[in-house]
Design a protein around this ligand. Structure first.
Ligand code: GCU
Length: 337
């Protein structure tokens, strides 16, 4: 896999930052990058992780957290984590399917029937383990999952109340073949691009809308440009903290145990903050940005995209047992939402 221009630039920046190595004094600098603002639950949780490693292993490691795409777009950061130019980054599960197709599982639309089923499955190592370790050969593994809520369509002008309303609309999707296929099945025109480019694309009319959780409206300003947000709830795609495999393997058993505790703390803080952040975002979008929230019937959306499940499972039968296990969580928590 060749590095993109962005990744090469960011690698250069990293080399400058560190004087071509990752140690100052005797401490190993551990760099973590993400694409959200410093107010976002992901950043707050990474800060808690940073503090914990500082307290427990501060004589050996110094964790640095780089928000807001400072080290590049998500795709750039994944490539830098692969090569070890940085140690960790947060990437949406959606973009990881180009590194291993096993990640397609969590990109399936309407995979989870409720938030409880989603959380149950993501906490179950029998579901996540085989997927998270599938990129070992590619140089990284996922070490923690972060809630990124529910993805819904939002548009500049035209309200989306039925799948037919998406026809002829250019909708930004993440750079993921599954998402492109999902848009095709829904009848919209998929325009893949990185998250950081979406605001300008909406403003300049290059796209008619996008799809994301409520935080994109407020924290990323998309609600200043888009008037309608439709709760069709097509996906719950987790964000994943991925770590360079070589780095993880270089830790002593004792260090690794502390990092593992740190990953758990990260998940705990992020989930605690997530609920509050979404509530606040919804309120701000409605009251200050004057976004109109719509609650369409989800059935026609689901019916249009459900064939994707069998398509993916047929292509990759190894996912079937994991898929079946997720169905058990759906049965257990069907009425959650
Ligand atoms: C969410 C998610 C990010 C992702 C973004 C996107 O904000 O948390 O990880 O990059 O969606 O749509 O690209």
């Amino acid at each position: 896999r060749r590095l993109t221009a962005g990744a090469v630039l960011a690698a250069g920046l990293l080399a400058l930052l560190s004087g071509c190595g990752s140690r100052t004094d005797s401490r190993r600098i551990v760099r973590i990058g993400h694409n959200q603002s410093v107010n976002h639950p992901t950043h707050l949780a990474l800060t808690a992780f940073q503090e914990m490693i500082g307290e427990r292993l501060g004589d050996r490691f110094r964790v640095e957290v780089y928000p807001s795409e400072l080290l590049g777009s998500q795709t750039d950061m994944v490539q830098l984590t692969q090569t070890g130019a940085m140690d960790f980054c947060v990437a949406s599960n959606a973009i990881l399917e180009t590194f291993s197709k096993d990640y397609e599982l969590f990109n399936l639309p309407y995979l989870f029937q409720s938030t409880e089923a989603y959380h149950g499955a993501m906490e179950d190592e029998k579901v996540t383990g085989p997927v998270f370790s599938a990129t070992r050969q590619a140089g990284f593994t996922a070490v923690a999952w972060l809630d990124a809520g529910t993805r819904n369509f939002y548009t500049v002008k035209k309200p989306v109340e039925r799948p037919e309303d998406l026809r002829g609309l250019k909708i930004r999707v993440q750079q993921s073949p599954t998402n492109i296929e999902m848009m095709r099945l829904l009848g919209g025109s998929a325009t893949p691009m990185g998250f950081g480019d979406v605001y300008t694309a909406l403003q300049s009319g290059v796209i008619d809308g996008a799809e994301n959780n409520e935080m994109a409206l407020t924290d990323n300003g998309h609600g200043d440009v888009c008037r309608y947000y439709s709760y069709d709830m097509h996906q719950m795609v987790p964000d994943l903290l991925i770590g360079n495999y070589g780095f993880l393997e270089s830790l002593t058993e004792e260090e690794r145990a502390v990092f593992e505790e740190g990953f758990e703390e990260l998940e705990r803080v992020q989930q605690e903050e997530w609920g509050k952040a979404v509530e606040a975002a919804r309120e701000k979008a409605e009251k200050e940005q004057k976004v109109t929230f719509l609650y369409p019937d989800r059935e026609p959306f689901a019916a249009a995209v459900l064939p994707l499940h069998e398509m993916v499972l047929e292509r990759n039968p190894a996912l079937r047992p994991l898929y079946e296990r997720i169905r058990k969580y759906n049965e257990m928590y069907a009425s959650g939402q």
